[in-house]
Design a protein around this ligand. Sequence first.
Ligand SMILES: NC(=O)c1ccc[n+]([C@@H]2O[C@H](COP(=O)([O-])OP(=O)(O)OC[C@H]3O[C@@H](n4cnc5c(N)ncnc54)[C@H](OP(=O)(O)O)[C@@H]3O)[C@@H](O)[C@H]2O)c1
Length: 303
Amino acid sequence: MERRVLPHSGLEVAPLCLGTMTFGTPVAQAEAVSLTQRALDLGINFIDTANMYEGYTRRIGSPGGISEEILGQALRGRREQAVVATKVGMKIGPTEADEGLSRAHIRREIERSLARLGTDTIDLYYMHRPYPAVPLEESVGAFQELLAEGKARAWGISNFSAAQTAEVLQVCDANGWRRPAAVQPAYSLLKRDIEQDLLPLCQREELAVIPYQVLQGGVLSGKYQHGEPPPPGSRQVEKPEWTMVLSDELFERLGPIEAEAHARGRTLLQHALLSLLEQPAVVSLIIGVKRVEQIEAAVQALG
Ligand SMILES: NC(=O)c1ccc[n+]([C@@H]2O[C@H](COP(=O)([O-])OP(=O)(O)OC[C@H]3O[C@@H](n4cnc5c(N)ncnc54)[C@H](OP(=O)(O)O)[C@@H]3O)[C@@H](O)[C@H]2O)c1
């Protein structure tokens, strides 16, 4: 599979990145290990996790860690084949010290992530969300320490608006610090707001965009039909709050997207992936999968 450069990071990644938010449940450990190894065999060298991920059992303030632990198992003996991204910032415990982007929290959490992943360095370490309660200088400064110590090779930001991203760049430039290499926003053919401001900013500033929920939780795979019940075992059945309501309005929005896919000789899945990759700043798409066939379908969709 093709490799794409993450500017200013020394990292080269596949155009698909394996998402691991479902590791634990519904993807149990043994299946998650096979899925990860199949992804590596197919040439997908980029894997996305977060300290908070623990599958469908996730609730606000639960401790997380399960996805990173499973990924650590899956990468035993193959760590050098993968570019591993993880994140810090979401709530992973009951107290104020268990969330956010203070220096102390970041330093505590990277040690935990390194241990769970069984590695000495995180290839791409993200701020999972903006956290205005802590001065940006403190958070970005802590990330610079991790780069200097070799605990992270590159860093990124997730769920930051265009204005918040510009502020991060300003803080880096003012202090002579390394800028983020990547941003991770939600982006799909059903959720295109970043095209207004964040995408042009990233293109101008050479920041790699690594979108998540590119299939909108499976809605853009083409498996849900208007007026029919969702297929058994699909996310609509098992975890509806992690996808969109199958309303009349949603199918009205899907109509023109399907028509355009058809006009371009693509399946809906192909169109959902290729349209995003055609955007110049987009380097790799995070793809959530529950079964090996889904990762194979994504690889095939890219041709
Ligand atoms: N930075 C953030 O704040 C953030 C937030 C959310 C997610 N993420 C990252 O993005 C990743 C993906 O998120 P996501 O899983 O919510 O979104 P997604 O990629 O849009 O949806 C993935 C789901 O779609 C279904 N699917 C995938 N391929 C399919 C195919 N070929 N045919 C039919 N169904 C298919 C599967 O669900 P079913 O088979 O169960 O229907 C799969 O679990 C996560 O794992 C995580 O790494 C990041």
